[in-house]
Design a protein around this ligand. Structure first.
Ligand SMILES: [Zn+2]
Length: 409
C-alpha cells in the first residue's frame, strides 16, 4: 500500500462551487463527490463491481455495525477493511455515533461517552471519543470521523424515509439549550478524538491493543449547532482551532425543510478552511446535492439511492418512477431513455415491474444500479460544469426538469 498522505486540491471554482481532488492512501476522489453507503461493508443488493461500474470512487461504511459484527479486531487481523471486503478504493467510516443515537437501545450519555445496548443482541457496549477513534484505526478507513453528540435523533432515525413528508414533522425537538450543550460536548469530544488520533500516529506502540491498519488515515471534525447560525459559527471556530484534515457539517437532513438546510450550509461552508474539503453528512435528494455544491460543499453521502431502489422507486431527471404502478405493466420503454446505466440500456419498465412484483432479488439490484448511476452521473456532470465555468447553467437546467414527485407519464 502506498503511503500517500491525505491531500486536497481545488482545481476550479465557479462562484462558491468547487471542483477538486481528494488524495488518500487508496487513491484519488474527484470532487464534488457522492459516497454510496455500504453499511456493513457492502452496498445492499449490489456487488463492488456494480459500484465501480457506476463510477463510485469512495464508499462509506458504518463503524458501529462493523464494530458489533464481525468486530473491528477481527477486521484488523484480516488486514483492515479494504482487504477484508475486497474494495481497493477509498473508504470513509462514520464514528458510530449516529447509529448509537438512532439504533441502539437504552443509551446513556455522559461526558465520558455513550453506553448502549446492541440492537443485535442487547449486549452492553460503550463508545467514547477515544474508542471510536481506535475502532476506525483498526478498520483502516482512509477517512475517519470524530464521535459527536447527535441531537434530534427522533427525526434522525427516520430521516430518509420520511424526507418528503418531514417538513410537517419538523419542530424544535431539542431546545436551543440542548443544541448548545450537545455542540459544546461535541467540541470537547472532538479534542479528545484528535488527541487520541495524534497519539496513534506518533507512537502506535503506546496504544496497546490498537492495530493501526492504515497509517495514512485522515480524521475529519464535525460542525454541530443545529439550525442556529450563531452556534454553528462557534462550533466552526472551536473545531477548526483543534485542527483536522477536513471538516464535516453534521446535524442537518434531520427533517428540517430544505430551505433551512440550504441556509445553514450557505452560512457554515464559507467559514470552513478553503483548502480543506467540506463534507455534508447524510444528504440527500439530487436537488439537495446541486444546491449544496452551489454553497461550497465537496462531499456527500446518503442511503437514499439504494434504499429507495429497494422500495421500488427509481429516481430520474423527470421525477420518481414507482415501479409497482400498474401503468408500467406493458411499458416497453427503459426507465430513463437518456440514462446510460446497465438497467436502462437493457431492460423495460414492464420487466422491472414484473421482477419487483414477483419479489425477485434482481429487482433490488437493477433498481439500485440505476439510482446509483443517476447520482454518480449527476456528480460527474456537476464536476464537468464547474470545470467549464457553466455550473450555474447546469443548476438552472436541472431545476427546469427535476421533480421530487412521481412521474406522470
Ligand atoms: Zn438508468
Amino acid at each position: 500500500m502506498s503511503q500517500k498522505p491525505f491531500g486536497f486540491r481545488v482545481t476550479h471554482s465557479d462562484h462558491a462551487a468547487r471542483r477538486g481532488t481528494i488524495e488518500t492512501p487508496h487513491g484519488d476522489v474527484q470532487t464534488p463527490a457522492f459516497m454510496p453507503v455500504g453499511t456493513r461493508g457492502a452496498l445492499k443488493a449490489v456487488t463492488h463491481r456494480d459500484v465501480m461500474d457506476v463510477g463510485a470512487e469512495i464508499v462509506l461504511a458504518n463503524a458501529y455495525h462493523l464494530h458489533l459484527r464481525p468486530g473491528d479486531e477481527l477486521i484488523a487481523r484480516a488486514g483492515g477493511l479494504h482487504a477484508f471486503i475486497g474494495w481497493p478504493r477509498p473508504i470513509l467510516t462514520d464514528s458510530g455515533g449516529y447509529q448509537v443515537f438512532s439504533l441502539a437501545a437504552r443509551r446513556k450519555i455522559t461526558e465520558a461517552g455513550v453506553e448502549f445496548r446492541s440492537h443485535i443482541d442487547g449486549a452492553l457496549s460503550a463508545l467514547s471519543p477515544e474508542t471510536a477513534t481506535d475502532i476506525q484505526a483498526r478498520l483502516g478507513s482512509d477517512i475517519a470521523m470524530v464521535l459527536d453528540e447527535c441531537i434530534g435523533n427522533e427525526n434522525r432515525g427516520s430521516r430518509v424515509e420520511d424526507r418528503s413528508s418531514s417538513p410537517a414533522n419538523f419542530g424544535p425537538r431539542t431546545s436551543n439549550l440542548g443544541t448548545r450543550s450537545a455542540m459544546e460536548r461535541s467540541v470537547r469530544w472532538a479534542k479528545r478524538a484528535r488527541t487520541r488520533m495524534l497519539q496513534l500516529r506518533q507512537d502506535p506502540s503506546s496504544a496497546a491493543g490498537v492495530a493501526v491498519t492504515n497509517p495514512g488515515q485522515a480524521q475529519f471534525g464535525i460542525i454541530q449547532g443545529g439550525t442556529d447560525p450563531g452556534l454553528r459559527t462557534e462550533s466552526v471556530q472551536a473545531t477548526v482551532e483543534i485542527g483536522f484534515e477536513a471538516y464535516a457539517i453534521g446535524g442537518l437532513s434531520v427533517g428540517e425543510p430544505p430551505a433551512v438546510m440550504y441556509d445553514i450550509v450557505a452560512r457554515t461552508a464559507p467559514q470552513l478552511p478553503a483548502d480543506r474539503p467540506r463534507y455534508l453528512m447524510g444528504t440527500g435528494m439530487p436537488d439537495d446535492l446541486i444546491e449544496c455544491v452551489a454553497r461550497g460543499v465537496d462531499l456527500f453521502d446518503c442511503v437514499l439511492p439504494t434504499r429507495n431502489a429497494r422500495n421500488g422507486q427509481l429516481l430520474t431527471q423527470h421525477g420518481v418512477i414507482v415501479i409497482k404502478n400498474a401503468r408500467y405493466a406493458e411499458d416497453p420503454r427503459p426507465p430513463d431513455p437518456a440514462c446510460g446505466c446497465y438497467t436502462c440500456r437493457s431492460f423495460s419498465l414492464a420487466y422491472l415491474r414484473h421482477l419487483y412484483a414477483s419479489q425477485e432479488m434482481t429487482a433490488a439490484t437493477l433498481l439500485s444500479v440505476h439510482n446509483l448511476y443517476f447520482y454518480l452521473d449527476l456528480m460527474r456532470r456537476i464536476r464537468d460544469a464547474i470545470g467549464f465555468g457553466s455550473f450555474e447553467k447546469l443548476r438552472h437546467e436541472f431545476h427546469q426538469t427535476f421533480s421530487r414527485r412521481q412521474c406522470s407519464t
